[in-house]
Design a protein around this ligand. Structure first.
Ligand code: NAD
Length: 425
């Protein structure tokens, strides 16, 4: 076990959860004591005050963070979250998971995450633009194509990445698209980036259902969260022949045994920003959705929704963790011991499609040479498949759960790089 206690600035349930996962994985691979603290603790955290002018002329101040967990294996990489419940500890946990994820899928990156405490729905478009630009402005010394490359996450999108690229570019004096990924195509975004995370989730679900000998046409799917990841995963799964029977967002859930009309639900969100007006299913609670009798459950919203109370009531056969950290440490241990029949695709593998195509976008920006959507998706699935096979080999070799296999692979690679670099001076 790592001896150095975690610094209290990160103190939060979700950071504790990421640390517990790390400690367990480090024990499982007997990670040398002298490396543990270096690999586990975030390299640096930046806290910024973000004053913006409201449309009514008043000034409002928001707080933002960027945690760079690992910079030893390449530029830091990770999304920016705009959400009222963001904490420094949550951002640190998400940054830690980014480190294991980029290492697991073999990307030349470290891990980072950013966040701003704000409910974007309470701001006008112009206010949101000022806040996104101010966030980038404050972080300028810590961002850059070879330093840290942010991307969208919960509450942020392509448009906001466009404003951030513009702000960064203004300051360096030329268009610098490689400073951020998930941008609009017109600013050097990649074909396939918008759908990458959801398409990757659907690809992995299809591969695991094959192993389970469940035909796609017989699979029913429930998805919690209908934003970028959940919405695109739903679309990709329907295209692959599955039946999406339930979806949800912060307004609640919607169930339709005959299959949700995903295109209609997406159109509803595009025009009204939520599913509140969706009339294609009967209302259910998020708890009912999580415990639905279905083939595949896809949490695609926030962390820690599968708790020790929910875990014994899960009725799915495959749990595909599209969100980061949806299953608490205790719930995960309970499932490992009591539900050997339940297949889990852990977050660091399941949602890695997003960062893989972000990497493709960064390469295209650096080379100024752009790929077609087919090329992007083909390379994406190949890279996900390699990561999946590596996880399955690690699992078979050490008799680990799939989560432990994925995390130990990522952690070992970061540890190897730190050991090889040595300590300076
Ligand atoms: P998003 O903001 O586009 O969508 C989030 C969705 O979750 C929205 O539909 C929102 O209404 C819903 N939601 C919020 N609170 C909820 C609740 N209590 N119950 C049910 N639904 C709720 O965010 P996103 O980019 O789709 O990210 C979703 C998850 O996927 C996050 O965990 C994120 O870290 C992870 N992720 C995102 C990407 C990416 O490329 N965007 C990549 C990897 C992982």
């Amino acid at each position: 076990m790592s001896k150095r206690p975690s610094t209290p600035i990160y103190s939060s349930e979700v950071y504790l959860m990421a640390c517990k996962q790390f400690d367990r994985a480090a024990d499982a691979i007997s990670l040398p004591e002298h490396l543990r603290d270096r690999v586990k603790h975030p390299r640096r955290a930046v806290v910024v005050s973000l004053p913006i002018r409201r449309d009514d002329g008043t000034v409002a101040l928001f707080e933002g963070y960027r945690v760079q967990h690992n910079l030893s294996t390449g530029p830091a990489k990770g999304g920016i979250r705009f959400h009222p419940d963001v904490t420094l500890g949550e951002v640190a946990a998400l940054a830690m998971w980014m480190s294991w994820k980029t290492a697991l899928v073999g990307l030349p990156y470290g891990g980072a995450k950013g966040g701003v405490i704000v409910d974007p729905a309470q701001l006008s478009e112009a206010e949101l633009e000022r806040l996104a630009r101010r966030y980038m402005r404050e972080l300028l010394p810590f961002i850059g194509p070879q330093v840290d490359v942010p991307a969208p996450d919960v509450g942020t999108n392509e448009r906001m990445m466009g404003w951030m690229v513009d702000t960064y570019s203004d300051h360096v004096g030329h268009l610098a698209p490689a400073c951020i990924t998930g941008k609009p195509l017109s600013l050097g975004g990649s074909q396939g980036r918008r759908e990458a995370t959801g398409a990757g989730v659907a690809y992995l679900i299809a591969r695991y259902l094959e192993d389970m000998r469940v035909p796609m046409a017989e699979a029913t799917v429930a998805i919690q969260g209908f934003g970028n990841v959940g919405g695109e995963a739903a679309l990709a799964l329907v295209r692959r022949g599955a039946r999406v029977v339930a979806i949800s967002d912060f307004t609640g859930g919607y169930f339709n045994a005959g299959g949700i009309d995903v295109a209609k639900a997406l159109a509803c969100v595009a025009s009204t920003r939520s599913l509140a007006a969706f009339d294609g299913g009967e209302p259910i609670t998020n708890e009912q959705l999580l415990t639905l009798d279905c083939t595949v459950l896809v949490p695609a919203a926030l962390e820690r929704v599968i708790t020790p109370e929910i875990a014994p009531r899960l009725r799915c056969r495959l749990l595909a963790e599209a969100a980061n950290g949806p299953t608490t440490f205790a719930a995960d241990r309970w499932l490992e011991e009591n539900r050997p029949d339940l297949e889990i695709i852990p977050d660091v593998l399941c949602n890695a499609g997003g960062v893989i195509v972000s990497y493709f976008e960064w390469i295209q920006n650096l080379e100024n040479y752009y790929w077609t959507r087919d090329e992007v998706l083909e390379k994406l699935f190949r890279q996900l498949e390699q990561a999946r096979e590596a996880v399955e080999r690690q699992r078979a070799k050490y008799k680990f759960s799939r989560r432990l296999a994925a995390q130990t692979l990522g952690i070992q690679r970061v540890a190897d790089a730190k050991a090889a670099r040595g300590l300076y001076p």
